[in-house]
Design a protein around this ligand. Sequence first.
Ligand code: GLA
Length: 349
Amino acid sequence: MKRPSVLAPSAAPGGRRMLVAGLVAALSLGIAVAGTTGAKAAGSAPVASSSPAPPPGTTLGTAAARSGRYFGTAISASKLGDSAYTTIAGREFDMVTPENEMKLDATEPRQGQFVFTAADRIFDWAVQNGKRVRGHTLVWHAAEPSWLQSLTGSALRQAMIDHINGVMSHYKGKIYAWDVVNEAFSDSTGGRRDSNWQRTGDDWIEVAFRTARAADPAAKLCYNDYNIENWSWAKTQGVYDMVKDFTSRGVPIDCVGFQAHFSSLTPYSADFRTTLQNFAALGVDVQITELDIQGAPATTYANVVNDCLAVPRCAGITVWGVRDPDSWRSMDTPLLFDGNGGKKPAYTA
Ligand code: GLA
């Protein structure tokens, strides 16, 4: 099978200046930033003492913190009893995204009855280990519980608003950023994806964002999608036009999440940096939210990291799982740690 295309890293003139700019930007946004010694960010919850603290600057999280950024991972509640898993996750990452536990079917399995058992397990583990949390996700066409699939029109619209309020009030003031809407655009046309949400009217996304802002003004509000990394793709342009429209009309949006699930079918392209720059120029943060790369080529991982470092408003990177067998696409061995917890070449790159 064809490997994901690996492109030569483009030169990063003024890389250090960019790092400093990123640090300054983070500071001006009030983001806790660890010092150049790699010390833990102030104000975070105490770090669990089960394993000895690594020397400064030797983990993904501390390396990212040196430029005011974070390095996160998806966490699955079902794996929190696996000490090999929690040892790596606890040591390496400073941001956590629940892989499935905050999705709609998990948090509101019956209309109006909210369940946070699994989501809270992850949230509590993250905070107890000094990590921040990305909320994922409030409104998505997948992972819909059956009660919701039978709703249409104004009943569905109201259910969306009630869901956002119910989940965000539970975590009010405690979430770094929410993926308010996930994957609302069509892969081919650059327009909206057909979905039950879309059939409630074109304004559903902005209603979701306005509802989210009122529910928790402290959380950054993100639009999150896949196949929007390549600047030349129609889908990228469609999302860009929406964000441009939102920022020009004052619809509250703070960030765009680029899932970055790269494979031979949807390979990394060197213009990802251009995409990040262009979105950031609209006045939003950009975040790489679900990174995994088929075969985990070291050069491609390094390219993605350098793309983020080159854009001051690229706040951080999240990989979509800890070890290869933890991945939703484990056959692709797309992550930074192998099944034995060993660091792969991409880790060091
Ligand atoms: C999308 C979603 C994620 C996850 C992956 C597959 O990228 O945003 O939550 O479901 O698909 O694991």
